[in-house]
Design a protein around this ligand. Structure first.
Ligand SMILES: [Zn+2]
Length: 266
């Protein structure tokens, strides 16, 4: 069984068929999905999905694109949300200096505050990093007590080496199946007990699904590619990455699939 540790099933792209998508994932051997809440509204949808289906867990946080919204009220909301049993991580949070949708100082403030909150409740932080390597590395070093997951990893050595030195997890997405992926050395550098796989659906569909809406079932192709780089059979990749997911997110992500006729996803 595989775990898709990062997908956006609360996105409008899945508004009509989230349940069918999770059924297809289960049929493909993906027994659990972590649905990312990257804003207050998305987190509330993610939690509603998690509460209606044991195969789903949620996260709650504020993405750097909307970090301009971060204020004291968001902090109070997030502190409460992170105490929910179905919310297994904080985030996604981070810095994105490629799009700069929020001012960089607001992005840094929101990231610092969320890392501190995650650490205070003992839940991991899902990190988005784009073209902000030095600042991401410095801020991670400010919060050594918060476990981080470097999601859809494609950063440079400053982020990777800082993350590994702090014992953080590194999650690879469909990007590792792309022709222009040139960072197999990063995959090999991560200790096996820190490797995770994800889709980041609906974005970044892996080969051979490129150009389509991505979905959690396609984490199978990410795991296959990871296995080819590491010299591991698919069942070994599944066992390894699922053990890692259970260690970092908690054993909820091992929840046995319920029968496909019960539950009430929209
Ligand atoms: Zn994401």
């Amino acid at each position: 069984m595989l775990v898709d540790t990062h997908c956006h099933l609360a996105d409008a792209a899945f508004a009509g068929d989230a349940r069918e998508v999770v059924d297809r994932a289960e049929a493909a051997g993906v027994g659990h999905v972590v649905v990312i809440g990257e804003s207050r509204a998305a987190a509330e949808r993610a939690l509603a999905l998690a509460e209606s289906d044991s195969r789903i867990s949620a996260t709650a946080g504020v993405h750097p694109h909307v970090a301009g919204e971060w204020d004291g009220e968001s902090a109070a909301w997030l502190a409460a949300a992170l105490r929910h049993e179905r919310v297994v991580a904080a985030g996604e949070m981070g810095l994105d200096y490629h799009y700069d949708h929020a001012p960089r100082d607001r992005q840094r403030n929101a990231l610092e505050a969320q890392l501190a909150l995650a650490g205070s409740v003992g839940k991991p932080a899902v990190i988005h990093a784009r073209e902000a390597d030095d600042d991401v590395a410095a801020i991670l070093r400010n919060h050594p007590g918060t476990v981080a997951i470097l999601h859809s990893f494609s950063s440079g050595p400053a982020v990777l080496e800082t993350g590994l030195s702090l014992g953080h997890y590194v999650s690879f997405s469909g990007m590792i199946t792309f022709k222009n992926w040139l960072q197999d050395d990063a995959i090999l550098r991560v200790p096996r007990e820190r490797l995770l796989v994800e889709t980041d659906a609906p974005y970044l569909a892996p080969v051979p699904h490129r150009g389509r809406r991505n979905e959690p079932a396609f984490v199978v192709q990410v795991a296959e590619r990871l296995g080819r780089v590491l010299g591991l059979a698919p069942d070994e990749v599944a066992r390894l990455t699922t053990e890692n997911a259970a260690r970092v997110f908690g054993h909820r992500v091992l929840t046995a699939p319920r029968s496909p006729t019960s539950g009430s996803l929209p």
